[in-house]
Design a protein around this ligand. Structure first.
Ligand SMILES: Cc1cc2nc3c(=O)[nH]c(=O)nc-3n(C[C@H](O)[C@H](O)[C@H](O)COP(=O)(O)O)c2cc1C
Length: 491
């Protein structure tokens, strides 16, 4: 299923009874947040705030915040099914190196005719505001939490181009509104927006930047996806929705922007301009990220659909909507991770680990020290480099179940022997490390230990009932025992 616009997606959610429309006027200053938070913590529907104080545009939140909704947003298939589509592509050939693999993935997406298509008339340019008509104060930008430094765009697709290769990047980086025509640009140092910015800085040139809001829902997801630098996110969106993304040339910059977005902010970041303090911001860690200097984005034009809808999200103490973007990424990217480390059976980033704090991994252990090889492999793989704690367990543990994973790992460790401390880059949002973005990491080897690893005592079996008794007793009280069989399967 493909949604050609955000409105199409909302109509489908309405059909499914999965969106609540709120008619009374709501303040974008904290009130939208409080309502969204209550609904998300009770696995509620998507929310459409039809009357937002101070703006003529409606706001939507929690659009992607369930397995059903994120799957629908990505074209109807579950993230696991999308992962399997990728797995099939990857199994078509046997590329040699990792670079070959990334290249092949990119080529296959292209060959499959999902490349973006350029059009010359676009809904996202139905209304064009330039010069003194540019006024960010007209938009219903939410202030999320009481100590926030101001209102923030929280679901932006930030579009930039590598000035050397011309390859596009689309990343989701929050933007604090500074005044009517400028915002912060919170691309953190490990992100592709920053690497483009550094190239412009070296060249001493102004950097064109455009920001899309809304549009077909797959476009919002891909901005959050940790794709390798040389894969265009809008090509990937085409692959997900099985339809090319329609682009149009922006009016005041050389960049192309989504033709079906709800809003486009066009503008630039000038590397010669001093950074501006950005923050604080009630972040997805559940704590405020404090003020820090970031580049300034100057808006030269705002274009939008006539009936544009303003999308935003609330992050805070997990679980929040962003968990579902992370969930999609976890499932979609598993086959790519397994291509590099086939011994990985599964991995999981539970919501309380806020992605970068905790990864559970189950492996087919084959040799002494294998768990350490996997930890270090993950710490060398893209944004997994930011993982603070990695727990490795054997393949009979269901890592999707955090209590089962801790149960197995805690039983299997001798802490002094099985915990590895190392150092490396940390997420910019980590507030506990001694230095910003650099600190220690912990790997826990929760696998069964072998004699080759120096373990000479007997290792006990996990308790399970014999199949014969399970089957026999199941026939006595089929309904009651069905439940017990399920929990038996999970152990
Ligand atoms: C709701 C939401 C907000 C985010 N905000 C930021 C942010 O402000 N800065 C940042 O660097 N990454 C942020 N991220 C994470 C990036 O979007 C993510 O790392 C993405 O892969 C970045 O794209 P890139 O790899 O092309 O740079 C956010 C993710 C989500 C889901």
């Amino acid at each position: 299923m493909h949604f050609s616009s955000l409105m199409d997606f909302i109509i489908e959610l309405k059909r499914e009874g999965d969106v609540l429309e709120i008619d009374r006027e709501i303040d974008p200053y904290l009130e939208i947040s409080e309502i969204s938070n209550r609904f998300i913590k009770h696995q509620g529907p998507a929310l459409m705030f039809k009357h937002v104080k101070g703006s003529k545009f409606p706001v939507v939140q929690n659009l992607f915040a369930s397995k059903k909704r994120i799957s629908l947003a990505l074209g109807g298939a579950s993230p696991d099914e999308i992962g399997n589509r990728i797995r099939e592509i990857l199994h078509q050939k046997a590329p040699e190196s990792f670079t070959d693999k990334v290249l092949m993935f990119s080529q296959l997406l292209e060959a499959a005719k999902f490349s973006p298509k350029t059009v010359d008339k676009a809904p996202s340019q139905e209304v064009v505001l330039m010069g003194d008509k540019v006024n960010l104060n007209d938009l219903p930008i939410i202030t999320c939490w009481p100590q926030d430094g101001g209102p923030y765009f929280t679901l932006p697709q930030v579009i930039t181009e590598d000035p050397e290769t011309g390859i596009r990047n689309v990343g989701m980086y929050r933007m604090q509104k500074f005044d009517a025509t400028s915002t912060g640009m919170h691309w953190q140092q490990h992100k592709h927006g920053t690497s483009h910015f550094e190239k412009y800085r070296k060249r001493g040139e102004k950097m064109p930047v455009c920001v899309a809001l809304g549009g077909p829902p797959a476009l919002t997801y891909v901005a959050t996806a940790p794709l390798p630098e040389n894969i265009d996110e809008y090509l990937f969106a085409g692959f997900l929705q099985k339809k090319p993304v329609r682009l149009i040339k922006s009016i005041t910059t050389p960049l192309k922007v989504p033709a079906d977005a709800d809003f486009i902010l066009e503008g630039y970041v000038d590397p010669n301009e001093p950074f501006h303090m950005e923050g604080p911001f009630g972040d997805h860690t559940g704590f405020y990220s404090l003020e820090n200097p970031y580049p300034v984005f100057h808006v030269t034009a705002i274009t939008h659909k006539k009936d544009a809808i303003f999308p935003s999200t609330l992050v805070g103490i997990p679980p929040m909507e962003d968990y579902w973007f992370g969930y999609a990424t976890e499932r979609i990217f598993l086959p790519l991770t397994q291509m590099i480390m086939p011994e990985i059976q599964d991995y999981h980033m539970p919501p309380e680990g806020v992605f970068h704090n905790l990864i559970f991994v189950s492996i087919h252990k084959q040799y002494p020290g294998h768990a350490y090889k996997v930890m270090q492999g993950l710490w060398g793989l893209g944004l997994m480099m930011l993982a603070k704690v990695i727990v490795v367990v054997d393949n009979d543990v269901n890592v999707q179940n955090p209590s089962e994973t801790w149960w197995a790992a805690l039983n299997h460790i001798d802490p002094e022997r099985d915990i590895l401390f190392t150092r490396g880059p940390l997420d910019d949002l980590d507030h506990a490390s001694r230095l910003p973005s650099f600190g220690s990491k912990m790997g826990i080897d929760g696998t069964r230990k072998t004699p080759e690893e120096g373990f000479t005592r007997r290792w006990p079996d996990k308790i399970t009932m014999s199949d014969e008794v399970i089957k026999k007793v199941s026939t006595y009280f089929p309904n009651l025992l069905k439940k017990i069989e399920v929990s038996h399967d999970k152990s």
